[in-house]
Design a protein around this ligand. Structure first.
Ligand SMILES: Cc1ncc(C[n+]2csc(CCOP(=O)(O)OP(=O)(O)O)c2C)c(N)n1
Length: 552
């Protein structure tokens, strides 16, 4: 039994959760904690960010790239609110992020004195975007509350978990056994009685389809095995990209997936919310929908699922594969590869006008090699990447999910690069998105992270500007033009490498190779005279079997 403080308890909790890095920005309410953290230096490395949103985005990017819990720590009130957009992004993409939030002193809580960084209802605000909220108030209850928080972080559907610690609590003595912080798992229990029905539906299907979401990344092996055993076409929207290698003959890009959805009689969805297919594509006609989701709220949100399997995909898919083997016995399903190849070819012809974005994505694919990580911010080439960037491996295409948080890309990529050393990481953003968090260039330089940022500079919030022009008229643009720094000089002023290239594929290839070869943080600017062709017609697909408008 260790006779220590709440600060030690939190450090031991981080270690128990396998967390070795703390993305953070300190301040007076958390000083006692940071003083103790100093003594855990070998086990937990602080990475100090230049803004709280940077810290929380880094933790999110690191969590998405590794699939393992990551943590950030910020001061209360305004510090927490600065981090909130990133925290909400982690919520959106189901990232296992542990948030350590400071709080004003317990005796002042709820009194409204207006103390430093005091905001009303901090816990309620953050609790609404946390899977679990532990508001520590007494040292006696703290070990139990922390163990509950770890349990939520480590088991079941991943999502941010928050521990809030008032400033007077950090130094309170507390007795706990580090071994007691880890409790037995409390993830969802797979209902095996439904497997036979699911297997029978898949085996009997004439036009099956598998859709992969963010919950599929831990199941690459069973996904491929199931697809091959059933000759099952597989598609993925942005979050599921890479859970099956896009070079696999059974994989099709999402627009082709839309086509297959309209014909399908049985769909297996793995770790996907199915928001777009269910709401925009529709579910009319004869459709058996089998959904595997660890998040009970997302499993059957719109009541369209025929066979809901509330489970981690890692548990459900091997069991389903076994049931399918049994149901199939010696039968071989019809080979669908030839038709899928033809559909992919037709799709490639349909999107051929999206140059230069397609050429750029080809260069990026080549430069990133087998296991490089692509982080999409909100810019045209990145949007195009959702269906035209072939993703080879799980957790190598990172996006902000339904949060769509402009600017998340650079700091998320920084977290990914810190958590995946030795791999090439590229963030792809516009000038607008880059300047949200470009201050974190200082962090990249401080920690010598060889992250490359590719910045498409059209001196505008281009996507907004184009929407304004399309909806209201060519001259009806407002609040969309930007003035920018010289990005090369800007990068260099931080001590990073700055490069500018023309928009040709050769120029881009050379610039990206130079940037990665330098082993330094780098910014590659591509000046854009006219916004690249819109990929949205291939993303905002609707109809096929009823369905409504594409809701953003
Ligand atoms: C937090 C947040 N604020 C605002 C938006 C709205 N928004 C979407 S795209 C965009 C413009 C992006 O501009 P830029 O990063 O320069 O890329 P471009 O569209 O020019 O390629 C804006 C403002 C958003 N998605 N997220």
């Amino acid at each position: 039994m260790a006779e220590t403080t709440v600060s030690h308890l939190i450090c031991e909790a981080l270690i128990a959760a396998g967390i070795d890095t703390l993305y953070c920005l300190p301040g007076v309410q958390n000083d006692d904690f940071f003083d103790v953290l100093l003594d855990f230096g070998g086990a937990i490395r602080p990475v100090v960010a230049r803004h709280e949103q940077g810290a929380a985005y880094m933790a999110t990017g690191a969590a998405l790239a590794t699939g393992r819990p990551q943590a950030y720590c910020v001061v209360p009130g305004e510090g927490v609110l600065n981090a909130a957009a990133a925290h909400a992004t982690a919520w959106s993409v189901h990232a296992p992020v542990l948030a350590l939030h400071g709080q004003i002193a317990t005796r002042a809580l709820g009194k409204g004195h207006g103390l430093l960084h005091e905001v009303p209802a901090q816990g309620a605000t953050v609790g609404a975007i946390s899977k679990h909220m532990a508001e520590l108030r007494t040292e006696e209850e703290a070990p139990d509350q922390v163990a509950d928080a770890l349990s939520a972080l480590l088991h079941g559907a991943p999502r941010p978990v928050t521990i809030e610690v008032p400033m007077d609590l950090w130094s309170q003595p507390v007795r706990f056994m580090p071994g007691d912080l880890l409790r037995r798992g409390e993830g969802p229990m797979l209902d095996r009685s439904r497997l036979a029905d699911a297997a029978a539906a898949l085996v009997g299907a004439e036009a099956p389809l598998m859709i992969l979401g963010g919950g599929a990344h831990g199941s690459a092996g069973p996904i491929q095995a199931l697809a091959e055993r059933l000759s099952l076409p597989v598609t993925a929207q942005k979050q599921g990209k890479g859970a099956l290698d896009a070079r696999h003959p059974l994989f099709v890009p999402y627009p082709v997936g839309h086509r297959l959805w309209t014909e399908a009689d049985v769909v297996l969805a793995v770790g996907s919310r199915l928001q777009v297919p269910e709401m925009a594509w529709g579910t009319e006609g004869d459709l058996t929908l089998i959904a595997i989701n660890a998040d009970g709220k997302e499993l059957n949100r719109r009541g369209r699922t025929t066979i809901p399997l509330h489970a981690m995909a890692e548990e459900a898919l091997p069991a389903l594969l076994e049931a399918v083997q049994e149901a199939l016995a010696d039968r071989a399903p019809p080979d669908r590869r030839e038709r899928l190849a033809a559909l992919r070819t037709a799709h490639a012809a349909e999107i051929a006008g999206l140059e230069p974005s397609l050429g750029h994505l080809g260069v990026i694919r080549e430069v990133l090699g087998e296991d490089g990580i692509f982080v999409e911010d909100l810019t045209q080439v990145a949007f195009t990447g959702r269906f035209a960037y072939p993703t080879y491996k799980p957790r190598t295409y990172l996006c902000s999910g339904h949060a769509g948080t402009l600017g998340w890309g650079y700091p998320a990529a920084l977290g990914a690069a810190l958590a995946a050393p030795g791999r090439r990481v590229l963030s792809v953003q516009g000038d607008g998105g880059f300047l949200y968090c470009a201050n974190e260039l200082a962090t990249a330089v401080k920690y010598a992270v060889p992250l490359v940022a590719l910045v498409y500079n059209d001196n505008a919030f281009g996507n907004v500007k184009r929407i304004q022009q399309t909806r209201f008229g060519a001259n009806r643009t407002i609040a969309a033009d930007l003035s920018n720094p010289d990005f090369v000089a800007f990068a260099e002023s931080f001590g990073a490498l700055g490069l500018r290239t023309d928009g040709t594929t050769d120029g881009l290839h050379q610039a990206l190779e130079t940037a990665f070869d330098s082993g330094r943080p780098a910014v590659v600017e591509v000046p854009v005279a006219e916004i690249y062709p819109s990929p949205w017609p291939f993303i905002q697909l609707t109809g096929g079997r009823g369905g409504g408008p594409f809701l953003v």
